[in-house]
Every structure is written in structure tokens, then in C-alpha cells.
Design a protein around this ligand. Structure first.
Ligand code: MG
Length: 375
């Protein structure tokens, strides 16, 4: 592994695991975290969970799994250049969406609505719940028993009321402190990944067009650059050549601006990073351009009537699943009946949040369809 900067999370300054374990041999603690994440059930389910387009809408759109891989790729490149712990960036990136419900944000909004008054539902907190509690594969503990720094990175946001229940992990939300630079970076790599792949998937789906995208400054500039250099190129190649330049521009900007921030604040340890203002950031110019791109995507893609129709259907499915189970807990599979005795709403939310898109659709059919369907 390349040498780590003083402000990186290293083996010597990790706060360790909740339950002590023997040190791994032949790999670092954070590589072990990454390996546990990859071998988890929740990770495999990401393949069939919506990013923007519901899984069955097409084979080439991003899913939560390919999104997470892109986040890890972007995060690792930048992390390595900044002397950060690449293994930790990778582990956080691969785990950051483990708690996502089926059907993307529509599913999450519907479940949050159902859980109002029953403890709420936040996908970041659910990702943490997956790695702390819900994965049941190890003999000595529930969850994956990940290192503090990996868990800190997974918990990107959290309401203050929930932060109070989380002990040391929740403290930064109450005292306005930052997580490690590795976590800050994974968070921005997430943003780079989704802004760009949503442009790519949006164009592929035909819901947005290159002509419309001309109103987005950064896209127009880079599209022009490609056209100048390769006048004969069109179609998917033209899109990819532009999108790869967008990713490159953001990666370079984030690296340079973060380097500058580090030079200014001179953090000498992870603790100093946590006390400092957010050190991982884009330059003001790129931040403004990203905001314009996000607004464009919201208006033209996320609020497109065809995406909205799918969202509305998805919300209905999640709500009706929730109503069916909480109305009659005997409908829950046996492995959720025990926890339902303690908290029927949380058990139901855990069950639904774990579903893939297609599983949720099938389960809904099994519970509601009147025609003959196999049990
Ligand atoms: Mg994400």
C-alpha cells in the first residue's frame, strides 16, 4: 500500500471494532471490512435494486450495485492521489447504499411515510443497521462487526433524534464535527458517480436529449470539445466521450481543491480532520456547475412523467406491503416474526427495505392478487 498521509486513517489510529477480533493475516483491517461487505447478502441484493430506472426497465441502466462499484472506482483513484486509505474509501463506497429500499428514492420516501410515528426510516441509518445488526452470518456476532471508521463513513446523514441513540458514532451530528477524509471523499465520489451516470442513463432511455443538455454549461463545454476533436463521432460514443470528460473534470477538481484545503488547514491527524471544516470539496466554480446539472436532472429526468408514473406505482407497492404486514403479522416470513413481537413496525420496515425490486413486486402480487398465483 502506498504511504499514508498523517491525516489518513491508518491501522494505528483506528478506533477498532465493537467486538474485538484477532488481527487479519495477509490483508488490512479495512480490506477485511471490504471483503465482509462483498460477501454479505445485502450487497448481492444491490444488483436488483433501482438507482433511477427500475431494474426490469432495461439491462443496461445502472443498478445500486453498478452504482456502488462506480463510486468505489472514483473514490479510490482520488483517495490514492491524496495519500488516504484507499481500502477504507473502497469499503465505505461499497457499503454506502446497502440500506436502500427497493425502487430507489420513491421506495425510501414511501417507507419513511409508513414509519412516521414508529421511529422513522432513513436509508443511511438502515445501511448502518444492515452492517451492525441485520446481516446474520458470523457465529460470534450479529452484523459484520466492521471498524468504527467504516461505520462512520456509512452513516452519511442522520437526524439528531437518532444520533442521540448511536453513542460515539452519533456524536458528530450533535457537535457539528466531520467524519474522516476517506468518508468525506466517498460521499463526493457518490455525487460524481450519480450525476454522470444519470446523464448517461437518461440519454440512453431517451427521456432526456443532447439538445436539452446543451443548457447545462459543463456538459455543453465538454460536448463541444469532443465534437471539435472528433467531428465524425456521434451517438453513444459521443455521449461516452463527453461523460468521461465530465467525470475526469470533477475528479481533478475535487483532488486539487481538497489538496488546497488540506494545505490551508494542515491537519496532522484524523482527529484534526474531524475538528476542521469539511476538507474534501469541489472548487466554487465546479460546485455551481454541479448545482446547475442537478437542477437539470431533477426537472428533466427525476420529474419526467414516465419516471413519476413508476415512482407512484412503487410507492403504492411499498405502502400496501407495509399495510398488509402490519395489519396481520402472521403474513411475515418466520425469520421476521420473532423481531415483530418486539417491534412490529421495525421488523416490517427491515423486511421491506431488504427486498429487491422484483421481489417486492412478486410479494405484492402474492399478497394482493386475486387470480391464482403460486405461493
Ligand atoms: Mg449512492
Amino acid at each position: 500500500m502506498p504511504e499514508l498521509a498523517a491525516y489518513a486513517v491508518g491501522p494505528a489510529n483506528s478506533r477498532g471494532r465493537r467486538i474485538r477480533e484477532e488481527a487479519p493475516s495477509g490483508r488490512s483491517e479495512f480490506q477485511r471490512d471490504r471483503d465482509r461487505i462483498i460477501h454479505s447478502t445485502a450487497f448481492r441484493r444491490l444488483e436488483y435494486k433501482t438507482q433511477v430506472f427500475v431494474n426490469h426497465e432495461g439491462d443496461l441502466f445502472r443498478t445500486r450495485l453498478t452504482h456502488s462499484l462506480e463510486v468505489a472506482q472514483i473514490g479510490r483513484s482520488i483517495g490514492r492521489n491524496l495519500g488516504l486509505n484507499e481500502d477504507l474509501v473502497e469499503a465505505i463506497s461499497l457499503a454506502h447504499d446497502l440500506g436502500h429500499t427497493p425502487f430507489g428514492h420513491a421506495g425510501q420516501d414511501a417507507l419513511a411515510e409508513c414509519m412516521k410515528g414508529h421511529g422513522g426510516f432513513e436509508h443511511n441509518l438502515q445501511s448502518l443497521r444492515v452492517v451492525d445488526v441485520l446481516e446474520q452470518r458470523y457465529a460470534a456476532f450479529d452484523g459484520l462487526n466492521l471498524c468504527y471508521e467504516t461505520r462512520e463513513g456509512i452513516l452519511k446523514h442522520c437526524a439528531r433524534s437518532n444520533a442521540r441513540l448511536l453513542g460515539d458514532l452519533g456524536e458528530r451530528f450533535l457537535h457539528d464535527r466531520r467524519p474522516s477524509l476517506e468518508a468525506q471523499l466517498a460521499n463526493l465520489a457518490d455525487e460524481i458517480a450519480y450525476n454522470n451516470h444519470d446523464v448517461d442513463d437518461g440519454l440512453r432511455s431517451g427521456l432526456i436529449t443532447l439538445e436539452q443538455l446543451a443548457e447545462v454549461k459543463v456538459f455543453a463545454r465538454l460536448l463541444d470539445e469532443v465534437k471539435q476533436r472528433y467531428p465524425q463521432v456521434s451517438g453513444r460514443r459521443l455521449v461516452h466521450e463527453t461523460v468521461r470528460r465530465m467525470i475526469g473534470t470533477l475528479v481533478i477538481d475535487l483532488t486539487q481543491q481538497t489538496r488546497e484545503n488540506i494545505r490551508e488547514h494542515r491537519p496532522r491527524s484524523v482527529e484534526a480532520v474531524r475538528e476542521a471544516p469539511a476538507l474534501a470539496s469541489f472548487s466554487p466554480r465546479i460546485t455551481a456547475e454541479q448545482t446547475q446539472l442537478k437542477q437539470f436532472l431533477r426537472r428533466h429526468l427525476y420529474q419526467h412523467y414516465r419516471v413519476q408514473r413508476m415512482s407512484t406505482k412503487s410507492k403504492r407497492i411499498v405502502k400496501e406491503l407495509f399495510d398488509a404486514f402490519t395489519g396481520d403479522l402472521k403474513l411475515l416470513p418466520p425469520q421476521f416474526q420473532e423481531s415483530a413481537k418486539i417491534d412490529p413496525w421495525r421488523a416490517t420496515a427491515d423486511y421491506i427495505a431488504g427486498m429487491t425490486d422484483r421481489y417486492a413486486i412478486r410479494e405484492h402480487r402474492r399478497l394482493y392478487a386475486v387470480e391464482e398465483t403460486p405461493i
